[in-house]
Design a protein around this ligand. Structure first.
Ligand SMILES: [Zn+2]
Length: 80
């Protein structure tokens, strides 16, 4: 099944974590309870939401170091 990605900012560390999400109608999606690196719980609000893999990739690259390295690794892993 196709997955989309949502990026959220950790309230304490201000680091961005990626959440895998299941697409819903009308461009919405439901993120998983834990970030891809498992270090962050799902919270309200997001930097971006429901992007496909390629777009999520580009957006994370733009944000650079503030994106969690382990989440990025997971995203790369899914690309293989
Ligand atoms: Zn992470």
């Amino acid at each position: 099944m196709l997955k989309v990605y949502t990026l959220k900012e950790h309230p304490r560390t201000e680091e961005y974590h990626l959440f895998m999400a299941t697409p819903q109608p009308e461009g919405k999606c439901t993120p998983e309870k834990k970030s891809m690196c498992r270090a962050m719980d799902n919270i309200k609000g997001s930097k971006f939401a429901c992007k496909d893999e390629k777009t999520a990739f580009i957006e994370c690259a733009k944000l650079g170091k503030s994106v969690c390295g382990n989440c990025m690794k997971e995203l790369y892993g899914n690309n293989e």
